[in-house]
Each structure stands twice: as structure tokens, then as C-alpha cells.
Design a protein around this ligand. Structure first.
Ligand code: S3P
Length: 431
């Protein structure tokens, strides 16, 4: 249990060049290295529990790892897969599990035993089985609908035309990785574009993926005829991690923060527009654009007003816990709808947020697919829970900027941002 209290004086202007590198890009750069012809160079790969799970599995699959300063060099295995009948422990990471399911479904004749921690064991994997099975992958020892643990047997895959009912980058990426190994051309569509890092990185590596956007977002994926070109890629700061400190700045008195080298992919920064809509003094601009847009975000303390959020939820799904802290500090009633996906994240985030806001004396109503939050004053000395969920721990730690608060089980921040509390100390006192 840690105690977090308001800081008496905070530095007026703070410049942050280093927050934490992007988790989605780090996972993908590691996994895609397995499909490359020569070593991949990843500069500033995120070093956190989730990405370490992905890295460990790449090693189990035969990749060689070498670190040189801030550079991780991944040499792919020479044969398709050196390990079979292997236990793959994905710990807390849904991205690790779902992307490896897609990749390994095409490793013909190999069996993989997937498992995760108690949180991941509650997360649905049926959405991935729904297309991998028709492509030819075989699932054994798994429940229906599918939850970990389970066994996946790789096969010769056939191409598939799949229409996804949800916009999910993990599902889309799993499909792409399977389709690259299938016989024939596959097609995937989602209702609107989810984060598109897989497409961007794989296109840069020479994969043949055609993107069309009509009413939804569609991909035509051609199978690989040879190995991909390796990447030499620097991972920028993670906008989802930076977002906690953006909200910290907005709700701190007389604060001014500049965040540099942040990933500004349009599918990742929707939450910045929501803050702007709420009256936040926030601007951002792109400074470079190769494979991904990268740039600077500038924020000042602001008076916030309530808003409604009910579409394009995938574009701000990971920022919703911190957005809810901004809603609780805003004037008026904010509403989130169509966000049922939050119930199947690292915790049931709608329930976790509602529980902690109630403990803080904030008026909150929980819907099946959302929340209504009425802005107000936080009650002092509330005891809050992380529910073992890194983003819940980080979001509710921000309350300490306003009033003294206690939080249990905060070690889960190591899942995505191990230095979270060191950075937060610019805004709060920790005890
Ligand atoms: C991620 C996609 C999102 C997001 C998660 C990371 C990714 O999940 O919430 O934290 O890296 O592809 P879904 O694909 O389930 O929406």
C-alpha cells in the first residue's frame, strides 16, 4: 500500500524527453523479427513485464538476443522453429498471446501450450480461434469459448475472407500473421481502423498488404514468398503512458509540461482531442514521420468541462482510466458508452473505475457498456485498489495530486511503465 499526497510546490515548466517507450510497437518489432532474413535492430525497446514476456517467447522459439547499450539485436532462427511442444507463458499480456497465436498457427506440425496469469486466463481468445480454426489451425485442451490455458497445433493454413465484428488491433494483427503464411490471398475487414502499427511495420519490411477504406477498413493480405527485410527501428515514447502525465499536468496547479519524441499515430491520440473538447490547453505537432508519426505535446493546467464519448472507442481504449480522472475533475456529467471492451481488459475496467471513484466520493453510474461520472471533490484518505491492473493503478495514483490517497498493489505498474512513480514524483509526494 502506498500513500500519495499533493506536492507543495511543483516546477512550473517540465520537459519530458523520456517517459516509456511504446508497448504496441515494441511487441510487434520483436515478433516480426522472427519473420526477417537478417538481424533486427530495435533501439529503445520497452523494457517492461509485458514486452519481456514477448521477448522470452521469441528466445524460446529460437531467436538469439543481444543488447548493445539501448539497442536490442534479434537474430531470427535459421529454421522455421527450433522449439516444439513448448510452454509459452504470456503472463499478463493479451498482445503477446494473441499475436503469437496468429504467428504460430502457421508453424506446421508444432504444438504450443499457451498460458497466462490469472487476469489473462479470464480474457477471451475465442475471437482469434474464430478465424484461425477455419484457416486450419487446431486447438486442443481448451474450453469453448476459448480461454487460456490451451494448446495450439500449427498447420498448413488456407486463406480466409474474415469480417471482424469489432475493431481490435490484436485480432487484426493475429489474422495478418496467419494470412502471411497461408496458401492464397486472404481478406480482413473491421468496422473502422484499429491501431495500424502491424500494417505499417510489415509494409516497411516488404510484406504485400493492400489497404482499402470504404465504409470500414479492409486489408488484402498476400502470403509471403520469401523472408521479410529486417527493421532498424527506434521506438518512440508511448502516447498511452505519456497520457497519465498529460492528465497530471492538467489537474496540477500552475503546471506546464512538454513531452517530446511521442508516437503520434492518429489511431493513438484521439484522447488528446477529447481533452481539447473538454477545454484543455493542449497542443501537439509532428516532428518526424517515417513508418510512424512522432512529435511533441505541450500541456498547461486547465479548467475542464464534461463531455460525452460514445464512438471510436478503440482509438482511446487504453486512455479511458486516466480520462475518467479528468472527468472526475471536470465541471458537469461526463458519459462513456459503447465501451463494453473495457470489461475484458487486464481487469473489468468499468467496474474497477466505478469502485474507486465511489471510494473517493465521486458520483458514478455504471452501465453495461460505460459510465456516467459527475465531476466533484475527492474525499481525503480514500483507500483504493489497483485490481492488479497497471492502468488502474496509474490512473488512480493521479488523484494524489489533488488529495491524500492510499493505493494497494501498485507493483503492477511494472507491466507497462516501471518508472511510473519516479516520474509521478514531479507532481506528488510519495510515502
Ligand atoms: C493493443 C490493442 C488494444 C489495446 C492493447 C494493445 C495492441 O487491444 O487495448 O492495450 O498492441 O494491439 P484490442 O486489440 O483488444 O482492442
Amino acid at each position: 500500500m502506498i500513500k500519495i499526497c499533493p506536492k507543495h510546490s511543483i516546477q512550473e515548466t517540465l520537459v519530458f524527453d523520456e517517459i516509456g517507450r511504446d508497448k504496441s510497437l515494441s511487441h510487434r518489432a520483436i515478433i516480426f523479427a522472427l519473420l526477417a532474413d537478417t538481424p533486427t535492430y530495435i533501439h529503445h525497446c520497452l523494457d517492461a513485464q509485458d514486452t519481456l514476456a514477448t521477448l522470452h517467447i521469441a528466445h524460446q522459439l529460437g531467436a538469439e538476443m543481444q543488447r548493445q547499450g539501448h539497442t536490442l539485436i534479434i537474430t531470427p532462427p535459421t529454421s522455421k522453429c527450433l522449439a516444439s511442444d513448448v510452454n509459452l507463458q504470456c503472463h499478463n499480456s493479451g498482445t503477446t498471446m494473441r499475436l503469437y497465436m496468429g504467428l504460430l498457427s502457421g508453424f506446421d506440425g508444432n504444438r504450443f501450450y499457451f498460458d497466462g496469469d490469472s487476469s489473462l486466463q479470464k480474457r477471451p481468445m475465442q475471437r482469434i480461434r474464430d478465424f484461425l480454426e477455419p484457416m486450419g489451425a487446431v486447438f486442443a485442451d481448451g474450453s469453448t469459448p476459448l480461454y487460456p490455458p490451451f494448446c495450439l497445433q500449427g498447420s498448413k493454413l488456407s486463406a480466409l475472407h474474415h469480417i471482424s465484428p469489432i475493431s481490435s488491433a490484436q485480432s487484426k494483427s493475429a489474422f495478418i500473421l496467419a494470412a502471411l503464411q497461408a496458401q492464397g490471398t486472404s481478406f480482413y475487414s473491421e468496422p473502422y481502423k484499429s491501431r495500424d502499427h502491424s500494417e505499417r511495420l510489415l509494409l516497411a519490411m516488404g510484406a504485400q498488404i493492400k489497404i482499402t477504406q470504404n465504409t470500414g477498413y479492409q486489408l488484402t493480405i498476400h502470403p509471403l514468398r520469401h523472408k521479410l527485410r529486417s527493421l532498424d527501428f527506434e521506438i518512440p515514447n508511448d502516447p498511452s503512458s505519456v497520457f497519465f502525465f498529460i492528465v497530471a499536468c492538467l489537474i496540477s496547479p500552475k503546471s506546464h509540461c512538454i513531452f517530446t519524441n511521442v508516437l503520434l499515430n492518429p489511431t493513438r491520440i484521439y484522447a488528446l482531442s477529447i481533452l481539447k473538447q473538454m477545454g484543455a490547453n493542449i497542443t501537439w505537432h509532428t516532428t518526424s514521420s517515417q513508418i510512424e508519426e512522432i512529435g511533441t505535446i505541450e500541456v498547461r493546467s486547465s479548467t475542464l468541462s464534461a463531455t460525452t464519448l460514445n464512438s471510436q472507442i478503440a482509438w482511446c481504449i487504453d486512455e479511458i482510466p486516466a480520462l475518467c480522472i479528468a472527468f472526475a475533475c471536470a465541471n458537469g456529467e461526463s458519459i462513456i458508452r459503447n465501451a463494453g471492451e473495457l470489461r475484458i481488459k487486464e481487469s473489468d475496467r468499468l467496474a474497477s473505475i466505478a469502485h474507486n471513484l465511489q471510494a473517493l466520493g465521486i458520483q458514478v453510474e455504471e452501465y453495461d457498456d460505460g459510465l456516467k461520472i459527475t465531476g466533484g471533490e475527492f474525499q481525503q484518505n480514500a483507500k483504493l485498489q489497483s485490481f492488479g491492473d497497471h492502468r488502474i493503478a496509474m490512473a488512480f495514483s493521479l488523484v494524489g495530486i489533488k488529495t491524500q490517497v492510499w493505493i494497494e498493489n501498485t507493483e503492477c505498474v511494472n507491466i507497462s511503465l516501471p518508472n511510473f512513480y519516479q516520474i509521478l514524483e514531479h507532481f506528488v509526494e510519495l510515502q
